[in-house]
Design a protein around this ligand. Sequence first.
Ligand SMILES: [Zn+2]
Length: 95
Amino acid sequence: MEESAPKIVLVDGCDCPVCGATEVVDNTLPVREWRINVRAHKVYIDGLSWSECLLCKASDGDGWFAHDDEGNVVVNPSRIPAIEARGETVERVQR
Ligand SMILES: [Zn+2]
């Protein structure tokens, strides 16, 4: 059996669209010293790639977010009150 080479796709950083945290705490450090704010593209469910912001998780109890095909931010509806409490405007869209 022939082994296939892994496919590596480089993407832009995955910053949190809710709190603005960068994916890496300080990406000027050597990679071995990186600490992360966002666990990027951790889970793929129902056509969406979900990432988890650890700062939102610590403050709100839920840091999951994804982007849809149009670039809209998708969150669990239970997160909306915490996001609105930060002064953000949330548009509710049925999927
Ligand atoms: Zn966040």
